[in-house]
Design a protein around this ligand. Sequence first.
Ligand code: NAD
Length: 266
Amino acid sequence: MQQDHSPATAADLDAQVAELIALSAPRQRIVAFTGAGISTESGIPDYRGPQGTWKRSTPLTAQAFRDDPDVRAGYWQRRRTGYHIMADAQPNAGHLALARLEAAGTLMAVVTQNIDGLHQKAGNRPDRVIELHGTTHELYCLTCGTRYAGAEVQSWLEEHPGIPVCSVCGGDIRPATVLFGESLAPDVWQAAMAAVEAADLLLVVGSSLVVSPASSLPRLARQRGIPFVIINNEATPLDGQATLVIHAGAGPVLSALADALIPIAG
Ligand code: NAD
């Protein structure tokens, strides 16, 4: 029978947060591993949660993007009308709590599956945010490699609805994200594994933990004897292996953690 970790009452949740604080307080090398769930409180839908976009549409695969002009046209059309959701989103209490923990010297790195750039916007140092799936805020030419900022391509799309091409060589451009069917960049994956191996606590936040190989990072922590905590709205396949599971919103739980760990100045 599956174990039920759901907090039955507010008192249970308070007790779980107290346990999280007690587990985190002596640690100085916490690493956060985040997924789409940390950004839903900023208005960006996740994929697989109850309101997830996969309830309405299918994921974009690398093969379809490469081979099917209709798929490419559909992508640029959706980007033209939808990029502002990513571009205008603001970090929420969860992102800000992680930035506060980093500034306090407690959080060593953020490994994220997200492509929204909200950890950096919250104040986490860019060189300490490992973006496993790239970023939607950059694009590049498939032929000559010229890179473009998201805002630049957005201006172009708004003036010329259609398929943008490289202004240097006329080649096709694409987002600097990892599409379904593509592998993660090996150096990025190595950096993520190294961060987890150097951690003394892994906070897994807002991920369904079904996307491989990202879901193997909590397993790696477990193999190395590093405790890991899952903070997620709903059950995940790794709940039974976690040191602590909190089924609740990321923002309130991470805020409570940062408030408890960071002494108030003055
Ligand atoms: P997912 O959609 O598979 O799972 C998100 C999980 O977070 C769900 O279990 C959901 O119940 C939970 N959740 C939702 N809101 C929450 C909240 N406020 N607090 C706590 N938990 C919450 O996401 P995933 O595991 O990251 O995998 C999806 C893939 O989708 C990733 O590869 C990612 O690149 C991509 N994605 C990214 C974004 C983004 O950049 N913001 C958005 C959608 C999808």
